[in-house]
Design a protein around this ligand. Structure first.
Ligand SMILES: Nc1ncnc2c1ncn2[C@@H]1O[C@H](COP(=O)(O)OP(=O)(O)O)[C@@H](O)[C@H]1O
Ligand SMILES: [Mg+2]
Length: 627
């Protein structure tokens, strides 16, 4: 992990230097390419044939001038001319085939890489997502994968093709006339050295452009989702936001201009080299032809060959930088693929079987993982300061018998949501253990554990898809009757049926067209479809107005019936009937008992209860706004 990161770091400081790519990266790239070995062979064979065909027309020209024209043989002239056409057609066909091979290989590898990345990132622990900027991550999955593709199809393809073409051409030229060939080769360093320099500058610019694009992407994904857009509007920050964005986009623009100019300089150098080289060949070869030491046909064919030589040569001298900077993309991709996953399934993990759903928590302590665990440093904006020592939960002992309800209350920040995350194993306990039906959750496969637990939080997330798709997220094969039953139980069926498109109604990003209570009830319907053994509610009713709350309460009652439940409540009225209530304070259990006992105890719970009663009295006089 540290090697590629160190390398990325080094690159941004030593402009102009081609980055070093570890042998490990090269090996991994080949590993990704190895299923395509047959296609690679096909590609190389095609390239060889193409470049051999490329030197045939100049040789035919020589025959035409020195043979057919000199002997005034029209029939031979026609045959030779016809052969040139055939060679050109075959060349065209082969170069098409060559591109087909290289594209299938490149796109194929990229497909594998992309799917591997998507799969890996999905499995990374939640802490990865809380620490990573979405936009930067998306950019890594798009732009860097495309960069890696360029490495494969573009650069590696050109290197092989150019090397073979260059060699074929030089050999042919030497066989025809070695002195002119030497002269032509003498000119090469004159242009190649500056071209190399320009090439490495271009590579640096490209890399900087990638980072800038990523930061532009990050801004857009943050601001252009519903909550971000709403925040910008409510604070009237359009002007400042645009200015900030313009600053970033401006740097992308400047880099684009610089990159265009440098690329053009490179092209101009190439064209100049071609022109000067051709002139030198004609001048030197011309005087040799006057002396009679070479034929005019040889001169003409050398003139064509020299033009075919400079392109591949110049591209080859630049290739090292190209290949290396393209490998950088691979390394950035591998860096994400290598992100450690501390919450992986144990090798001998077993499936958790549906059962009564009893929970036992013993000696549970937890601190959130720091930056060094489960994150990719180059994807974080700046390293957030960590307090590695702070325990969010301290020594909890709890037991929920099957079918019973545990209420959890406590001030904001006391660790309630954290406890919920640990139950579903979004994080692993720092100390102590959590058992479900007598099995430590770390010994269970995450998929089987989570299939047994349903969670409803205060912000029910709906994907930007139809209501039906959102519901089937819990059970892809659910029939309409099952959807109806779940929605009826969740008290949302009427709302869905009133919509013009019913289950086919698209819910906007984050389901914004539905009210908070409706979203909440849809989330409960989704949970009912999942039919879990254990239900966790994390302040599921805290944002609702009284009318909505009544409906959501009914829906929740359905969700809880007959299941083990952990109910984190903002409104104590939700947990009055709980079998046990624990009061968390700064990660510790401050009090525990049933509602009546706790209320009489005069502790934290009694205070919270007083506050609630007062709040609800005021709430009735002044209805809370709809969410
Ligand atoms: N992803 C996180 N990384 C680091 N600290 C966190 C994270 N999430 C929550 N915390 C911290 O853990 C503590 C408990 O948070 P939380 O469980 O959300 O409290 P509650 O749900 O009781 O309001 C808080 O101090 C919070 O700042
Ligand atoms: Mg919370």
């Amino acid at each position: 992990m540290s090697a590629p990161m160190g390398m990325l770091h080094a690159m941004s400081h030593h402009g102009g230097q081609a980055p070093d790519v570890g042998a490990g990266t090269r090996r991994r790239v080949w590993a990704f390419a190895s299923p395509y070995r047959n296609k690679v062979t096909g590609f190389v064979v095609t390239v060889v044939l193409t470049s051999v065909l490329g030197v045939i027309p100049p040789l035919l020209f020589r025959e035409i001038i020195d043979g057919a024209i000199a002997d005034a043989d029209r029939r031979r002239l026609t045959v030779l001319g016809g052969l040139v056409v055939v060679a050109a057609l075959a060349h065209a066909l082969l170069s098409f085939l060559e591109r087909w091979w290289s594209a299938t290989i490149g796109e194929g590898v990229i497909f594998d890489l992309r799917v591997a990345l998507f799969d890996h990132v999905q499995r990374l622990p939640l802490s990865f997502f809380t620490r990573t900027q979405t936009g930067a991550l998306v950019s890594r999955l798009n732009n860097d994968v495309i960069g890696a593709q360029r490495a494969l199809t573009g650069t590696l393809g050109t290197v092989v093709a150019n090397a073979i073409t260059g060699i074929t051409t030089v050999v042919t030229m030497f066989l025809l006339e070695w002195r002119i060939t030497l002269l032509a080769l003498l000119l090469v360093p004159l242009f190649v050295l500056p071209a190399r320099r320009v090439g490495s500058v271009v590579a640096d610019i490209t890399r900087e452009g990638m980072n800038l694009n990523a930061s532009m992407n990050a801004t857009m994904t943050e601001r252009f989702n519903v909550s971000g857009a709403q925040l910008v509007k409510l604070f009237g920050r359009h002007g400042d936001e645009t200015a900030g964005f313009a600053a970033r986009a401006g740097r992308v623009r400047d880099i684009g201009v610089r990159s265009a100019l440098y690329s053009r300089m490179f092209l101009i150098a190439l064209t100049l080299l071609g022109a000067l080289g051709t002139a030198a060949v004609y001048w030197f070869g011309g005087s040799m032809a006057i002396d009679g030491s070479i034929s005019i046909g040889t001169l003409a064919s050398m003139g064509v060959l020299v033009a075919q030589l400079y392109g591949p040569l110049a591209q080859l001298t630049n290739a090292r930088v190209d290949v290396l900077s393209a490998f950088v993309s691979f390394e950035r991709v591998f860096e994400v693929l290598d992100a450690p996953n501390p919450v992986a399934d144990a090798p001998d993990a077993v499936a958790s079987m549906p059962g009564p759903g009893g929970i036992r928590i013993s000696g549970l302590s937890f601190r959130y993982p720091g930056a060094d665990e489960a994150s990719v440093a180059s994807l974080e904006t700046e390293s957030t300061p960590d307090e590695p020592g702070r325990l969010v939960l301290r020594g909890l002992d709890l037991e929920v018998a099957p079918g019973r309800m545990l209420g959890v209350v406590g001030p904001s920040g006391s660790g309630k949501s954290t406890l919920a995350s640990l139950l579903t194993r979004l994080y692993d306990a720092t100390e102590g253990s959590i058992e479900v039906d007598g099995q430590d959750v770390r010994r269970l496969t995450q998929a089987s554990l989570r299939s047994r637990i349903g969670v409803v939080t205060q912000d029910a997330h709906l994907f930007h898809e139809t209501i039906g798709d959102n519901l089937r997220f819990a059970r892809p094969d659910a029939t309409v009757e099952e959807l109806d039953a779940a929605c009826r139980a969740a008290r949302i069926l009427e709302v869905v049926q009133r919509l013009p498109d019913g289950y086919d109604t698209l819910v906007g990003e984050r389901g914004y067209r539905l009210s908070g209570g409706e979203k909440q009830r849809l989330a409960i319907a989704r949970l009912l479809l999942k039919d879990p053994d254990i239900v966790i509610l994390d302040e599921a009713t805290s944002h609702l107005d009284t009318e909505n709350e009544a409906l959501v309460q009914e829906a929740l009652a359905e969700a809880l019936a007959g299941r083990t439940s952990v109910v984190i409540a903002h409104r104590l009225s939700t947990i009055v009937g709980a079998d046990e209530i624990v009061v968390l304070d700064e990660g510790r259990i401050a009090e525990r008992g049933r509602h009546e006992e706790l209320r009489g105890a005069g502790g934290l719970y009694a205070d919270l209860w007083e506050g609630l009663v007062r709040e609800e009295r005021e709430g009735r006089e002044q209805p809370a706004p709809r969410v």
